[in-house]
Write a protein that binds this ligand. Structure first.
Ligand code: 4NP
Length: 153
């Protein structure tokens, strides 16, 4: 899960998906990162922590990090929150395989529309509620895909 700062959107995406995986008894590695290094080592934004907590999800243990080249190998899928993140990731990719791992997360819900999860950093609490709901819907699709994949294995 990748956004700009790794303190608002992607920590929520990580926490929500991790929770769904745990609740379904699945096994998958979930992590998040930012394309920028502004907030390295910081906990998620207080407003992300609050909206997650409201839904019974604890994200306080997370610590912001920057996306690194090794992530292209470490993960099967890399979900970008918005078009800037997507473009940054694709420009870092060294092969078609790495490029193909990168996807706009909301395309899981609205195929091919390239909709962005809006950056809530400079807005109010409503922005975080909106982001939570979008990510809850998108990560449900991912959890369904992992469930299907697990059945095949
Ligand atoms: P995020 O939000 O990319 O969802 O973590 C932001 C966090 C910090 C900044 C911008 C967006 N910033 O400019 O510091």
């Amino acid at each position: 899960m990748v956004c700009l700062g790794n303190i608002c959107r992607s920590p929520l995406a990580e926490g929500i998906l991790y929770n769904k995986i745990k609740m379904r008894g699945l096994e998958a590695e979930v992590d998040s990162a930012g394309t920028a290094a502004y907030h390295l080592g910081e906990k998620p934004d207080r407003r992300s922590i609050e909206i997650a907590e409201k839904h019974g999800i604890d994200i306080t243990h997370q610590s912001a990090r920057q996306f690194e080249m090794a992530d292209f190998k470490r993960f099967d899928k890399i979900y970008a929150m918005d078009m800037h993140n997507y473009d940054d990731l694709v420009s870092m990719a060294r092969s078609p395989l790495e490029r193909q791992k990168v996807e706009m997360i909301l395309n899981l819900v609205h195929p091919k529309q390239n909709k962005s999860v809006p950056d809530p950093y400079y807005g109010g609490k409503d922005g975080f509620i909106n982001v939570y709901n979008m990510l809850d819907e998108a990560t449900e699709v991912i959890a369904n895909m992992i469930t299907e994949q697990t059945k095949k294995e």
